[in-house]
Design a protein around this ligand. Sequence first.
Ligand SMILES: Nc1ncnc2c1ncn2[C@@H]1O[C@H](COP(=O)(O)OP(=O)(O)O)[C@@H](O)[C@H]1O
Ligand SMILES: [Mg+2]
Length: 245
Amino acid sequence: MNILSIKNLTLEKSSKKLVDNVSLEIEAGKTYALVGPNGAGKSTLAYILMGLEGYREISGDIVFDGKSIKKLSVPQRAKLGITLAWQEPARFQGLKVEDFLSAAKGKNEESVTDALERVGLASNKYLSRAVDKNLSGGERKRIELAAIICMKPRLVILDEPDSGVDVEALKKVFTVMEYLKSIGTTVIVITHNMQVLKKADHAFLVCDGKLIDESKGEDVVEYFKNRCLTCPHKNKPTEDKIKKI
Ligand SMILES: Nc1ncnc2c1ncn2[C@@H]1O[C@H](COP(=O)(O)OP(=O)(O)O)[C@@H](O)[C@H]1O
Ligand SMILES: [Mg+2]
């Protein structure tokens, strides 16, 4: 059963198509990778799905659970169980980790302490810390993942959870992806990391706002290697980037 269908989705700004006639289907409970060079439109697609301000003037349709959500606000979409973990997580001056996670948890039964331990942060050390600049970028990302666990969303988009994190934190990204899958959450992960890509059931490759390939992760890597390197597009991936993927 498809939890999400994106139908001929286009977003144009200053006569440039940031997302260009993208159609794709997402099955409930599976994990999907979204890959592509910088500036391809991956985050833009995530913002459109979430319904953020500035990303709502779209053509085409977004169908979640059989109903069009394109007219719904961010909170309405969140209420349906759609959430986004930002590439650059926000910081909240003075807000404690415990309160941040409790707010994410709402009425769910998930334990805030367990969620924190799942991302490898000791609860006795972190619950009383503030979600602000005193946390490193990697810690902040892990806390964002703990918040997603507490939230138990039906669909989560993780925007580059692997960027700027160390090896330990990367391992936790895998653990969290597996855990989310085990509780039935559908995951779309935007990534530049080959290991993350391989964990996905299915991968989409986007470039210049267009969906140009979809397949198993390894096949998408092959396409990337064979086709993208020779591409004349200004945002074509470089050799080192392809090696990373
Ligand atoms: N609000 C906006 N207004 C104009 N251009 C934008 C806006 N948001 C993103 N873009 C442009 O859209 C393109 C895709 O950006 P983005 O989705 O962030 O790429 P990716 O996440 O794949 O690296 C970029 O060229 C970016 O500059
Ligand atoms: Mg991005």
